[in-house]
Design a binder for this molecule. Sequence first.
Ligand code: NAI
Length: 212
Amino acid sequence: MAEKEISQAVISRLPRYFRYLGELKDEGVERISSQDLSVLMHVTASQIRQDFNNFGGFGQQGYGYNVEYLYTEIGKILGLDHTHNLIIIGAGNLGQALANYMNFERRGFVFEGIFDQNPALYGKQIRNLVVQPMENLREFVTAHNIDIAVLCIPKTAAVAVADDLVKCGIKAFWNFAHVDLNVPESVEVENVHLSDSLIKLSYNLNANHHEA
Ligand code: NAI
């Protein structure tokens, strides 16, 4: 779509637009003005217009945006117009919690398998998945057309495991291990650190609720 480079700040706001528009669509809302969307999302209407202008504006503002169209177009930009096949590496607390959460599939992220190196976990069923040994990885990634690996293993193991996964054909990592992966530039990495978010909350709590 857009030829120019879109800033990461804009990209990082798209999932939220997508989520709100999905809810509006589910409620049967057909059109919404940038003004109404701004009230709903607590961002300024000019921010919304500026963000959307990166992608050609998405239609005439005088009549508001067509919700279904906007939802579909933002979905396409986010690569959500097709499904992604994922595997989880590490079937501990976090890996199992993610495997048990069903809503990712609604957005087209399908967990196809879960792997661990602990033989005590082999064969354990987590929702519709069965924990498999790491030895099965290579064949599985190819057979199930896996593009994303979710790393839920300790940081001491993550770098080496990621290397192996790249060799197996993994193109993207959703990395929960607290370490920077050392993968080729062509491989996408999204690091998730829940504690960063919690620490930000702590900062705001401190800054806004304490007398100076
Ligand atoms: P856990 O100890 O319950 O599970 C880790 C699993 O990884 C175990 O089943 C273990 O057998 C497996 N494992 C270890 N080395 C492996 C390897 N080389 N190959 C395959 N499997 C391997 O730990 P938990 O609580 O599930 O946390 C997992 C990781 O995620 C930890 O490193 C933790 O620090 C991190 N974490 C990160 C969060 C975040 O927000 N980024 C939040 C919670 C945990």
